[in-house]
Design a protein around this ligand. Structure first.
Ligand SMILES: [Zn+2]
Length: 180
């Protein structure tokens, strides 16, 4: 190994580290901060009314993060309004309402992931336990990007009443879980 290679080696290592990190979290810190703050404001209403709220995240003409006004859905579904045209959408979003023993709501449903794949847009989901999930439309999988109490959670959340969740699910794995 000559001196030149030795000097370059640490940089090459750093570069590989960065590549692998960006492969896991495609989102920037700024995007995650925006998403978390947005859910912090929306979760109390979604939990208090036990309704899903949904919409889209995007960037405006100044590249600032923006969100469409949350549409109120039902306890287990929500249909977002058409986004405003000046906005460059990067993801859908929705909340999962309050904690319930009847809903497996600590992760996206297969319908959630299928809808994002069909729309060719990613998706963010906040759960009653305060978890934040990212639906990766390209890779067709759901990834938990932030765990319990990452955003505002339901004070009635019963860990014993909710099924444990893994960190990521393929569409197939979501189907399997829903039919268990
Ligand atoms: Zn959902």
């Amino acid at each position: 190994m000559n001196t030149k290679t030795q000097k370059l080696a640490p940089f090459a290592f750093l570069f590989i580290m960065c590549l692998s990190i960006s492969g896991v979290f495609a989102q920037s810190r700024a995007e995650l901060a925006f998403v978390t703050k947005f859910f912090d404001e929306l979760q109390p209403k979604s939990i208090a009314t036990n309704r899903e709220y949904c919409g889209y995240f995007g960037r405006d003409e100044n590249q600032s993060f923006v969100a469409t006004r949350p549409i109120r859905g039902r306890e287990g579904s929500c249909l977002p309004a058409d986004p405003i045209s000046e906005m460059d959408i990067f993801a859908s979003y929705h909340t999962h309402g309050a904690f319930s023993y009847d809903f497996d709501s600590e992760l996206p449903s297969s319908d959630d992931l299928r809808a994002d794949i069909a729309e060719e847009t990613n998706g963010y989901i906040a759960t009653p336990g305060g978890r934040i999930w990212f639906n990766d439309a390209n890779r067709e999988r759901a990834v938990m990007i932030c765990g319990r109490n990452c955003t505002v959670s339901d004070s009635d959340f019963e860990a014993d009443g909710a099924r444990g969740v893994r960190n990521r699910y393929s569409l197939e794995q979501l189907y399997v879980r829903e039919n268990e």
